[in-house]
Design a protein around this ligand. Sequence first.
Ligand SMILES: NC(=O)C1=CN([C@@H]2O[C@H](COP(=O)(O)OP(=O)(O)OC[C@H]3O[C@@H](n4cnc5c(N)ncnc54)[C@H](O)[C@@H]3O)[C@@H](O)[C@H]2O)C=CC1
Length: 445
Amino acid sequence: MDLDTTSSTAEYDRLIARHHAMRLRRQILAPAPSFAAAPAGPGGAPGGDRPDARPAAGGYGAHEAYGAYDRDHDGAADQRVILGGLGLVTPFADLIDHLYTFMFRRRPFLRALFPESMEFQQVHLERMFEYLIEHLHQPDRLSSTLAQLGRDHRKLGVRPVHYEAFEEALCEAIRHRSGAQWTAELEAAWVRMLRFAVRSMVAGAESALTEPPYWHATVVGHERRRADLAVVRVRTGEPYPYRAGQYGTVEHPLLPHTWRQYSMGCAPRSDNELEFHVRRTGPGGVSEALVEHTAVGDRLRLGPPRGTLMPEDDTRDLLLVAGGTGLAPMKAIVEELVEHRPRGRRVHLFVGARARADLYDWQALTELGGRKPWLELIPVADDAADGPAGPGGRLAEAVSRAGDWSQHLACVSGPAGLVDEVRTRLVASGLPSTRIHHDPVLARL
Ligand SMILES: NC(=O)C1=CN([C@@H]2O[C@H](COP(=O)(O)OP(=O)(O)OC[C@H]3O[C@@H](n4cnc5c(N)ncnc54)[C@H](O)[C@@H]3O)[C@@H](O)[C@H]2O)C=CC1
C-alpha cells in the first residue's frame, strides 16, 4: 500500500491525495477566521521513536477519567496541527487500510463485528475523518452529529472498549504512514480529536438506552416497479419512532453487518408499517438484495431513524425537489402534510426522472395529491419536452425556471449532483442557503 512506486496508479493516488489535502485546507481555512489566531497545539518531539504521545486512555466508558482532558481541548489548535500534517497521513484510504490491518492482526475477534466486505466501511471512515477535521473548530455542531452516530452504532454491538482498540490501531497507522516525519504533536492532536468524537458517541449511545439498538421488521409487500427498482413495505415489531423525511439503516439477512441508508417513503402509521424505495445500484449490495432477493415474510433489521430533512419550526411555503428514489422522503413529507398542515401553507413538489417511464410512484402521488388545492405536483422528465404533462429537460433547471422561490423553505433529495445543482441555482436566485435542506451529500455519517 506504500506509494513508493512508479506505477500510474500510484501517480494517480498521489495526485488525488494532494488534491484532497488542498481541498480540505481550503474548506477549513475559508470560513473560520478564529482558526488562524488559535494557539499552537502541544509541542512534540520530532523523530521516529515514539515517546508516549497519547494521553492516558482512562477507558472510553469512564467519562470522568478523560473529561478533564477534554475540557482543555482546543479543537481549532488541533485542527491546525492535523491539517499541517495531512500530507503525512493521506491518502486516508491507505491510512485506514493500515488501521484495520493492525487492529484485526492484534485483536482478531473484532473482525466479527464488521461486514465481510470492508470496502464501504473504509469509505465511510474516510468521510468521517474528513468531516471531523473540517468541523473540529465547531465542537457543538460536531458533538450533536456524533451523538446521533453513537446512538446508531448501538446496533453494531460496539462497546467503549472497542474504541480503545481503534485508537491504538489509529496511532500505529499514523506512525507507519508518517515514518521518520512522525511527531508526538501530530499523534496527540489526532488522539484528542478521536477521543472527542468517541465521548460524544458514547454519550449519544447512553442517552438512547431506553430504545432498542435496532428494530426487527417483516416484509409485508414487495413491488417490483421497474427492472431495477422495488418499493418494499415492512412492518416493525415495536413502533419505529421516525418523523416524515427521516431515513434509517437497513440490514438484509443475506449481508450480515452491512447496513445501508434508505429514507422512509411514507408518514409514520399506527400499524407500524412503512415503505422503502430501493434502486439496485450495483451487484452484490444491500440494494440488490432488497430489489432481487426479497419476498414477503423475510425479516430485516432497521437501525434508529436519523436526519433532519424537514425542519419543524419553519412553516413557510414549501418547495420540495425529488430526483429518482429521492422521492421517498418527499412523499413521506407530503403524506404528513395531508394530515397536519399549517393553515395556508402551500407546497410545490417537483419529481424528476431520467425518462417519463421512470416516474415509478406517480400514480400513488396523484392519488395522494388529488383535489388538494394547496399542493402542486410537477413531474419533470429528462427525455421530455415542455408540455401539458409538465416541463421537460433537467430537473434543477425546470425548478429554477418555474418561479421565484426566494421566500420559500426548500427540501431537496436525490443524487448528490442534483442536490448540488438545485442548491446552487436556488442560492443564486436569492433563497438563503440556511433555508435549503437536504441530507448530508457526501455521506450520511
Ligand atoms: N432511496 C431513498 O430512500 C433515497 C435515495 N436518495 C438518493 O437519491 C439518488 C437517486 O438515484 P436514482 O433514482 O438512480 O436517480 P436518477 O439517476 O434516475 O436521477 C433522478 C433525477 O436526478 C437528476 N440527476 C441525476 N444526476 C444528476 C446530476 N449529477 N446533476 C443534476 N441532476 C441529476 C436526473 O436528471 C433525474 O431527473 C441516489 O443517489 C440515492 O442515494 C436520496 C434520498 C432517499
